[in-house]
Structure formats: C-alpha cells, structure tokens
Design a protein around this ligand. Structure first.
Ligand code: ZN
Length: 381
C-alpha cells in the first residue's frame, strides 16, 4: 500500500484551525515548492479487464483488480521463444483467477507461461504464483528473502505475525481501539496468498544470464525499504524497467517497518535503493506495478527524494513545536493531513515510525522509552 504525494486541501484547511499558526505557515510554504515536472506517459489509458496492451515489441501489459482503495495491479507478459514469461501474478482471489482463465483462452491461446518472475512477497504480486506454477508446471524466480518472508507470514511464525506488528505499534503509542480494528484484518495475507509456492529459483543482485528472455538479458536490481529484498528487472536491449513497487508514477512507495527489525532505517534503505534506478538511461520506459507506464526516471526519483525530505522537515517541525516528546501515534495525523481509512492508517503509522527512526539514527532526535513502555521522540539538543 502506498500514499498519494499530493495533499487534500479541504482536510488541510479543516485541520488548520487545530494547528499552531507557525506550523501551518510552514506547511503551505512547503506545498508551494513541490516539484512540478511530471513524468511522460505514452499510454493514457490502461488495458480493459481481460484485454492486453503491447507497451513494447513482445511486452504485454495486463491489469488485475485489487480489493483495496488502490484497486489495480499491472502484470507483464514477456514473449519468449516458446511461450510467455510472466512478471507478478495478481491477488490470489476469485476475481483475478476468473480474469486469468479468460487470458488463458484469449491472450495466451495455445502458448504456456514458461516461467514466473515475482518482484516481492506482497499478495498482489505473489498471490497466484503457486496456482499458476501448478497449472503450467513452470518455475518461479524471486529473491530468497522475499520467498522466506512469504512463508514466515503465511505460517504466522513469530515475529512475522500480525500480533508482533500490533505489539510494535503499541510501543509507538497506538491505542487499543485502533489495534482492535487492525486485528479484524489480520489475515489479509492468507486471503491474498492462499498457498505460498513450495520452491523457487533464487534471484540475486545483478543477476544476468539466468534471465534471458527471447535472447535479451534482463538485470535484477535489488531494492529495500518497501520489502527486504524487492527485485526490479531491467533490459538494456529494450530500455525497459519493470519497477515493481520501487518506482511508481503517482504514489510514493510505502516505507515499511517490521517487528523483526524495529530499530532499522528502511527509509535510508529505500533512498539508497533509488540510486541504481536513477542511474538508468532517461529514455528507459518504466513499467510500474501501479499507475501508467512512464518516461522520466530521474524526475520521478527527484520528486520522491523531495517528498521524503519534506516529510522529514515536517517531522522536525512537529517535534520542535511540541512542548514534550511525542510518540508516532500522536505524530502521524499531523503528517498525513487527510482522511485515512483503516488500511491507510495502518500504513501511515508504519511509515511514521520509519521516518522517526531515520531522524533518530541520524542523531537528530532523542528516543525516550517511558515508564508506560511507550517510545517517544524529541529533537536532540
Ligand atoms: Zn508491495
């Protein structure tokens, strides 16, 4: 799940009455400096459900539905010598499988899926991998960490459980009522990945040669911060980047904090991971998991860096204006100045903790673990 980088001005205005004047002035000044250069889109509309669009020679774009506010995922079929290589599989639910059955008859016709590549373990990407592997008796390639993450979460191994995440959120001040609402959605992973794949071929950073599709080599670019070992795929021959969730045109990639690494700096890992992507040629067409294919890698990376800089500046300002240390649960409503549904609130807390950890590990803030067990932050003196 990810968040729009724009702000809802109506919510912004209504909150204005509740926030200190200096803080608001600062917010509006920041908004005025949001970058205006936009990526360029060669296709203005996505393929209809059940249809495909050829975004480059022998590269087909499919869309599948998602049962969330973010309501779609893009999948990619790469024509190989004796069939298709599929990148990402869609959410493991009936709606997606019905559309897949349609694609088997129309898009694939007599050709098989010969290999599956998966960018990361999230259900919209991995959900149907096992089902498709069994149908086509084809192999799956993904990074080992993402493969293991899928099994750890699916089988609820501590500390990969929803309860472990809730415990982490509690230490950052999340109230019991919010935890109770989150708990109703604790088994979303198993709903989206009904059976995790039993085996995989391991992808490593820079893997070349093991992924030759129609004689073109594809390079693996590892990304962190969204998930621990996300794989993006780049082919110099066609100047195409299948970016997964690491580079999206409109929404910023969600930065995740995990209970098994509660004091980590996923924001730093994410920003570092953008470097090899930003170094790709600017005439590279980016095929993202959400939104439209686009040109303009360097502009988009610059926008994301600015977005996170702005959020860190907001955090510093919130802490500076507070007479006492604050916990993440007190801070996130001031960072995300719009209405958030329960799903978005969950991710907003996680992302706020990630940004707080980043400032703490830069020694810009001090972290206090109070007698009530809650972690609070203040600006370092
Ligand atoms: Zn994801």
């Amino acid at each position: 799940m990810r968040f729009p980088t724009h702000k809802n001005t109506a919510v912004h205005a209504s909150l204005s009455k509740q926030l200190p004047h200096r803080w608001l002035k600062y917010r509006f000044e920041q908004d005025a400096f949001l970058p205006t250069i936009m990526p360029r889109y060669p296709h203005t509309t996505p393929p209809a459900p059940g249809a495909v669009l050829e975004v480059a020679p022998d590269i087909l774009w499919l869309r599948m539905p998602l049962p969330f506010a973010l309501d779609h995922i893009n999948l990619w079929l790469l024509r190989d010598t004796d069939g298709y290589v599929l990148v990402d599989c869609g959410h493991g639910d009936k709606a997606t499988r019905t559309l897949w059955e349609h694609h088997f008859r129309t898009t694939l016709r007599d050709l098989p899926i010969t290999r599956i590549l998966v960018t990361h373990h999230h259900p919209d990407h991995l959900g149907n991998a096992d089902w498709l592997m069994q149908r086509f008796a084809c192999p799956l390639s993904m990074t080992a960490t993402e493969f293991l993450m899928a099994h750890a979460i699916f089988h609820s191994c501590p500390p990969f459980t929803a309860e472990a995440t809730f415990a982490l959120f509690r230490t950052h001040g999340t109230e019991a009522e919010d935890i109770a609402v989150f708990a109703e959605r604790a088994h979303l992973y198993q709903a989206g990945v009904p059976s995790p794949p039993a085996r995989h071929h391991r992808l490593n950073s820079g893997t070349v040669g093991t992924i030759d599709i129609d004689t073109n080599p594809w390079h693996v670019i590892i990304g962190q911060g969204h998930t621990p070992e996300h794989a993006s795929f780049y082919t110099p021959a066609k100047k195409l980047l299948i970016s997964g969730d690491m580079l999206l045109p409109k929404i910023s990639t969600h930065i995740s904090i995990w209970p098994f690494e509660p004091e980590s700096d996923p924001l730093l890992h994410f920003l570092d991971s953008l470097a090899p992507i930003a170094a790709l040629p600017d005439n590279t067409l980016v095929l993202p998991s959400h939104g439209l294919p686009f040109y303009g890698i360097s502009e988009r990376v610059a926008q994301l860096r600015e977005h996170h800089e702005e959020r860190l500046s907001d955090l510093r300002e919130i802490l500076r204006l507070s007479p006492r240390p604050l916990c993440a649960a007190e801070i996130f409503p001031q960072l995300f100045l719009r209405e958030l549904d329960v799903h978005q609130r969950f991710f907003a807390i996680s992302e706020t903790i990630a940004h707080l950890n980043h400032l703490w590990l830069l020694h810009e803030t001090e972290r206090h673990i109070d007698s009530d067990g809650i972690i609070r932050f203040s600006l370092a003196l």
